[in-house]
Structures are given as structure tokens and as C-alpha cells.
Design a binder for this molecule. Structure first.
Ligand code: AMP
Length: 138
């Protein structure tokens, strides 16, 4: 994996506006926020996409996401927010290091805009079984 800007932030080579840090997780303000308080929460483990992240780092992020989100809401006065997590170029991932966006949604409309084109579920039984099979130990 090539060095990313987030790895440089973790290593202290590039500054950030740090919000939270523990042994496995770092949270800091996004440099190009969609709304005030737009925060990034990243594992220190250098995985590119979420499916490649270890259970330990995933658990560490999951443990702190709620309290960081609550802190962002309290500090900004926002009541609503999105959590966004992009994986791969087609899914709009630009920085190749796992990150969760916490994006306050303001009454002014600032925040994340989502294009959502839902279909109708067909073949759900087979598809659910296929996915569940992938979770079974080899
Ligand atoms: P994504 O499209 O999900 O990969 O988003 C990457 C995010 O990283 C964008 O919202 C950028 O504004 C943000 N970003 C890139 N460089 C920095 C930086 N040096 N400090 C803080 N945020 C950054």
C-alpha cells in the first residue's frame, strides 16, 4: 500500500485539527467540509477499504463513532447528520485509507446531498443465502 495523506497525518508529518485519538483511532476535521463540524474518523491501521480492515480496528472505530458523533452534534448545534464511508473509486473514495465521514446536516441545507435511486428487491432469498455463505468459516 502506498503512503496516503492520512498515514502522514497519523505519523504527525502533516498537521490536522485533531478531535480524538487513542491507540487505534484518530478523528480530525475534514479540510474541505460539507458543513461545519464535518469530521473524519480513521483507523491507524493502513487498510484501503473497509472490507480489508481487521476486526480489532473495526471494533475500535465502532466503539468511538457514537461518542464522536454526539460531540460533533453538541458542538455544532446540529440535530441531524450523515455517516458516509466510501470504498473504491466508483464509490467516490479519494483517499486510499479507510475513513468514516461524520457530516452534520444543517437547517440551511449544508451537508451531504444523496442521490438515491432505489430498485425493487428480487431473488432476495438466494442472494441473502449467498452472502451469508461467505460469512461462514472456510
Ligand atoms: P473520500 O472521497 O471519502 O475519500 O474523502 C476524502 C476526504 O478527505 C475529503 O472529504 C477531503 O476533504 C479529506 N481530506 C483530504 N486531505 C485532507 C487533510 N489533509 N486533512 C483533512 N481532510 C482531508
Amino acid at each position: 500500500m502506498t503512503t496516503t495523506i492520512f498515514k502522514k497525518i497519523i505519523d504527525g508529518e502533516i498537521p490536522c485539527h485533531r478531535i480524538y485519538e487513542d491507540g487505534q483511532v484518530l478523528a480530525f476535521l475534514d479540510i474541505n467540509p460539507l458543513s461545519p463540524g464535518h469530521t473524519l474518523v480513521i483507523p491507524k491501521e493502513p487498510a484501503v477499504t473497509l472490507d480489508a480492515l481487521s476486526e480489532e480496528s473495526g471494533a475500535a472505530i465502532g466503539r468511538v463513532l457514537p461518542k464522536i458523533a454526539a460531540a460533533v452534534l453538541k458542538a455544532t448545534g446540529a440535530k441531524d447528520f450523515n455517516v458516509l464511508q466510501n470504498n473504491g473509486a466508483a464509490a467516490h473514495q479519494e483517499v486510499l485509507h479507510v475513513h468514516f465521514h461524520i457530516i452534520p446536516k444543517l437547517e440551511s441545507g449544508d451537508g451531504l446531498s444523496v442521490g438515491w435511486r432505489p430498485g425493487k428487491l428480487t431473488g432476495g432469498e438466494e442472494l441473502a443465502r449467498k452472502i451469508a455463505e461467505q460469512l461462514e468459516p472456510a
